[in-house]
Write a protein that binds this ligand. Structure first.
Ligand code: USQ
Length: 421
């Protein structure tokens, strides 16, 4: 199959591309490199050294003997999006090109608006482009388990049966997102569901849990590594905990640490996206998949990180800190996830093995982490409307020595041209 990945340069886009190539699929990618730019904006960089996109393409050619067709550009420009979709007519589009950080969306009004405008615009553009130029294309849209929030009942896969005042219906399960970012995904879901119905499209809305890990089987060489974020804004819980332990910083469960989320290893996230692509829904069907393997509390993750770090001779300590977010710190959580296993998905990684693997990589790249240790502890307080000053004061400029060793070759400027690169 031919698969177009928007956001191919990102944490999950890149390993997805490698996995699909390994399975014999053709891969086309779009990216505007805005994540690289925004990670710099908060003073950080990828904990793993990653090459520029041309260097990545070259590594794929050299190590795997495959090529990736790439279009540099922005999904918020409709002429660009429709042109790529018309030229490529992919069997599937995996849409990952969205602002993906909840804390980033909570910095201030500008970051909130940018998150929602960009995310909704990109999704609408893809929906219109598919309708206009390639209506058989299956849209696999990256949503999030966070759309559902933490209700006091089980969470179904998108829809539930409801009896109300003597009548019965199958309705979308209520969404109660917890950040402007998560709300952008809720609004996206509504748009994808509606477009699928009125234009007879094929879509899969992936409610993905928190992804963790540095590796997939296709990452056989450092030149194929994916990015790995650990700062307060772009790093996710388990990835951050491992970095904190490596750097001798406290492991930081927020609040009481009873927040439970669905988690999935990077390798299994990529596997499940591939399964969704290879098993498309029918025309007119909007399918929702809950995509995670197991639910853990933040305290469980902190304790496991502590145990493994101790085994490795580190001296970790867990310090609960006041929760900068507004969220339930102790709650019921039981989401259902049956549709992917029914399509053949099987979990391949267990949490402890992956966490040990994360530690192995981070210890190798410890010097890169050291140079950005000042961006790890949280400063963005979700109750505040404006956190910019906090960010600027707490995120000290990188020392000169760090600036001399860039994460990659100089950052490519965000570019609006879209000829294949
Ligand atoms: N947390 C801590 N300590 C930390 C960092 C996080 O206790 O140092 C807690 C948070 O308060 C939250 C939980 O860990 O309760 C998850 O936070 P996270 O930063 O790992 O993940 P989140 O902000 O929810 O977002 C991430 C991705 C997002 C994806 C989402 C899936 O950044 O793109 O959509 O996970 S989900 O969480 O299921 O909505």
């Amino acid at each position: 199959m031919k698969v177009l990945i928007t956001g191919i340069d990102g944490y999950s886009g890149w390993p997805l591309a490698l996995h699909l190539l390994g399975r014999g699929h053709e891969v086309v990618g779009i990216d505007n490199f805005v994540t690289r730019k925004r990670v710099k904006e908060v003073g950080s960089w990828s904990g793993t050294p990653i090459g520029t996109f041309p260097q990545r393409q070259e590594a794929v050619q050299r190590l795997l003997g495959k090529s990736i067709q790439f279009y540099k550009g922005d999904v918020t420009r409709y002429p660009f999006v429709v042109d790529v979709v018309r030229r490529e007519k992919p069997d599937a589009i995996v849409h990952l090109a969205e602002q993906r950080s909840a804390p980033y969306s909570m910095i201030d009004v500008d970051h909130a608006v940018r998150t929602q405008v960009e995310n909704l615009t990109g999704t609408l553009h893809l929906l219109y482009a598919i309708r206009e130029a390639s209506p058989e294309t299956h849209l696999v849209k990256m949503g999030t388990m966070g759309e559902y929030g933490t209700p006091d009942v089980d969470i179904p896969e998108g829809f539930f049966e409801v009896d109300y005042r003597g009548r019965h219906d199958r309705l979308p399960f209520p969404r109660q997102a917890g950040s402007w970012y998560h709300w952008s995904k809720v609004f996206d879901s509504g748009d994808v569901m509606f477009a699928t119905k009125i234009w007879d499209l094929k879509s899969t809305d992936v409610m993905q849990g928190v992804i963790y890990g540095t590796r997939t089987p296709e990452i056989t060489d450092d030149a194929l590594l994916t990015r790995f974020d650990f700062d307060e804004t772009w790093g996710t819980a388990l990835n951050r905990f491992a970095v904190e332990a490596v750097l001798g910083l406290p492991i930081t469960p927020y609040g009481r640490g009873g927040q439970v989320r669905g988690f999935i290893a990077l390798e299994d996230s990529v596997q499940s996206l591939r399964i969704a692509i290879e098993n498309p829904p029918k025309r007119g069907e909007y399918r929702v998949l809950n995509q995670f393997d197991a639910a853990y509390s933040i305290n469980e993750l902190a304790e496991l990180t502590h145990r493994i770090a101790t085994d490795l001779g580190l001296s970790p300590r867990i310090e609960h800190m006041p929760d900068p977010r507004v969220e339930a710190e102790q709650h019921y959580y039981n989401p259902i996830h049956e549709l992917l296993p029914a399509l053949g998905y099987q979990r391949s990684r267990n949490l402890e093995d992956v966490l040990r693997e994360i530690f192995r990589d981070l210890i190798r790249f410890r010097r890169r982490l050291e140079k950005r240790r000042h961006v790890v502890m949280p400063t963005v307080e979700w109750r505040h409307a404006d956190n910019v000053g906090r960010l600027n004061t707490r995120h000290a400029p990188a020392p000169a020595s760090a600036a001399a060793t860039p994460a990659t070759a100089p950052e490519p400027a965000v570019d609006t041209s879209h000829t294949p690169a």
